[in-house]
Design a protein around this ligand. Structure first.
Ligand code: TEU
Ligand code: CA
Length: 560
């Protein structure tokens, strides 16, 4: 087996609930994913990441797990997952699952026992704290999905911590018995045959035992980060996991790392530290935050995007990056960072170019390869997500105008990413997703943005992604080359170089919606170069030191 295969892999994220329904209950499932493997093979991806498919009450769409060893019946059975693994492996695709071990569901057997008394075998599996002398909560931490991060349980006369919903109690990683249970479970899944894990909020597993209060000035809900992110023993625990389990398998690991800077990320991903292969950071996802945090109508600034992405490219040179524009928690990239109307196709391809030519492992969220855009839900109430519902409520209470609420929901709600995948443009056929009413509304854009039309159109965003993926597989410079930002102060164009051995790669991406110019390095143009990919039909015949660019134009040249 090839070492570090994840370095030259491209990962495709499947949101199982919304990918393909095989049994007409309106919910995507494992058999549906099996049916659509040929589509993923055509795209050329190497790895599939599945969002949680375990047994779950579904308070947070599967991120509240009640049994780690069972598949939720709405997705199928363990046998279906076995078949998916076999079928995927046959065509050279690996499958990784989501590991959610910062918290469980409150319906997990461990929690049901733990909450009964202060004295039971599971008593210390979760984080319990006495009330303050006046009976109030142990700290002022807020939960991500609203309200306090502490919930009182009379049977124990104590509060338990939940960084997310109250139905998602945080596990106590400081308890060695709990760690052993988790390690065993991880081992069990590797024995089952999966190829790795995406680890949900893994940077939150070690809490600051001083439990400091958060400054009141922190934006809504985020106060828990003060005492929960990158805690004192997180590296120790991940190293222990690596020693005891990960090391023995040829698997990939990617940690979700909210609120983690690049220096911290290097510690997680430096090979000699033996923790994780890579982490997801969110610095570029925070460039358009406003007074309610994520729910805002702020637009990112290109200068900031350059600063953030370049910092991560530079600082993780000795670790490894994950590259992403979107996921199941984020709005659609083309709406957020591109132009989803006139230049939807051009800007979706431009964004893909920028990301896929960087150093790191690229992740494609389902539908991104079609250039899917945010969903104009008819009513804000159509949004189902727990986070969206909370912010909706909060903004109403704060007296925000209806228009502002609607706009920020449209721009940021997690529901944008979760509408069913459009396999074709036929509304009467449930867009090829399901013959029944889907669990969440379809996007009205499916009629013209769907897989069938993409596959019929040589110039589609889909084939452009396919080409980018193939380039990564062919050229070591894309995997290993050093990164260097050029034209830093250009406010329209993001351009950079990659260098490896005697080669140089030039990547040019315009964020302007009108023609513009970019300065290209003279010495480079004197060398012999060829165009690898270009998002306009006609490639530039030769490059100039002052190169004209069309709206959202992007190209990549390789110089020997
Ligand atoms: O997300 C963690 C996380 O940081 C999110 O709460 C993020 O701040 C928010 O979604 C941005 O809109 C992970 C999962 O990806 C998410 O789906 C879960 O809800 C959450 O953990 C709890 O498990
Ligand atoms: Ca189904």
């Amino acid at each position: 087996m090839e070492k570090d295969w994840w370095k030259h892999s491209v990962v495709y994220q499947v949101y199982p609930q919304s990918f393909k329904d095989s049994n007409a209950d309106g919910i995507g499932d494992l058999k549906g994913i099996i049916e659509k493997l040929p589509y993923l093979a055509t795209l050329g991806i190497d790895v599939i990441w599945l969002n949680p498919i375990y047994e779950s009450p579904g308070v947070d769409n599967g991120y509240d797990i009640s049994d780690y060893y069972k598949i939720d019946p709405k997705y199928g059975q363990l046998d279906d997952l076995k078949t998916l693994l076999e079928e995927a492996h046959k065509i050279g695709i690996k499958v990784i699952l989501d590991l959610v071990v910062n918290h469980t569901s409150d319906k997990h057997r461990w929690f049901e026992e733990s909450k009964k008394s202060q004295d039971n075998p599971y008593s210390d599996y979760y984080i319990w704290k006495d009330p303050k002398p006046d009976g109030s909560e142990p700290t002022n931490w807020g939960s991500t999905f609203g309200g306090s991060a502490w919930e009182y349980v009379p049977e124990r006369n104590q509060y338990y911590l939940h960084c997310f919903a109250k139905e998602q109690p945080d596990l106590n990683w400081d308890n060695p018995k709990l760690r052993e249970e988790i390690f065993q479970m991880i081992d069990w899944w590797f024995q089952f045959g999966i190829d790795g894990f995406r680890m949900d909020v893994i940077t939150l597993i070690s809490k600051d035992l001083n439990y400091p209060d958060a400054p009141e000035s922190l934006p809504y809900t985020k106060s828990y980060y003060i005492g929960a992110s990158n805690g004192p023993r997180v590296h120790e625990y991940l190293h222990e996991l690596n020693e005891k389990v990960l090391k023995r398998y040829d698997v990939m690991t990617v940690g979700e790392a909210p609120n983690t800077n690049a220096d911290q990320a290097l510690r997680y991903t430096k090979p000699e530290n033996e923790e994780l292969n890579m982490v997801f950071h969110f610095d570029h996802m925070h460039l358009d935050y406003g007074r309610y945090g994520k729910f805002s109508d702020v637009r990112f600034k290109l200068s900031e995007l350059k600063r953030v992405l370049s910092e991560w490219q530079d600082k993780l040179a000795e670790g490894w990056n994950s590259l992403h524009w979107s996921n199941h928690d984020q709005p659609r990239a083309v709406t957020r960072f591109g132009d989803d109307s006139v230049y939807r196709v051009e800007s979706a391809k431009m964004l893909a170019t920028l990301l896929h030519m960087m150093k790191g492992t690229p992740y494609i969220f389902q539908g991104e390869e079609l250039g899917m855009k945010n969903v104009p839900f008819e009513k804000v109430e159509d949004c189902q997500d727990i986070e969206t519902q909370y912010f909706l409520q909060l903004m109403k209470e704060k007296g925000e105008p209806e228009s502002y609420i609607k706009e920020s929901m449209y721009l940021k709600s997690r529901d944008n990413a979760r509408t069913p995948f459009p396999w074709n443009g036929d509304a009467n056929d449930g867009y090829g997703f399901s013959p029944s009413k889907p669990w969440i509304a379809y996007s009205s854009d499916n009629q013209f943005i769907n897989a069938e039309s993409a596959l019929e159109d040589e110039g589609s965003v889909f084939y452009y992604y396919k080409q980018l993926i193939a380039l990564r597989h062919q050229l070591p410079i894309i995997v290993h080359g050093d990164y260097e930002l050029i034209n830093e102060s250009d406010s329209n164009v993001y351009s950079y170089l990659r260098t490896y051995e005697n080669q140089t790669l030039l990547v040019v991406c315009s964020f302007a919606d009108k023609p513009t110019y970019v300065d290209l390095p003279k010495e480079l143009l004197e060398r012999s170069g060829r165009c690898l990919i270009h998002n306009y039909p006609k490639e530039p015949s030769s490059l100039n030191v002052k190169q004209e660019l069309q709206p959202y134009e992007a190209f990549v040249y390789l110089f020997d």
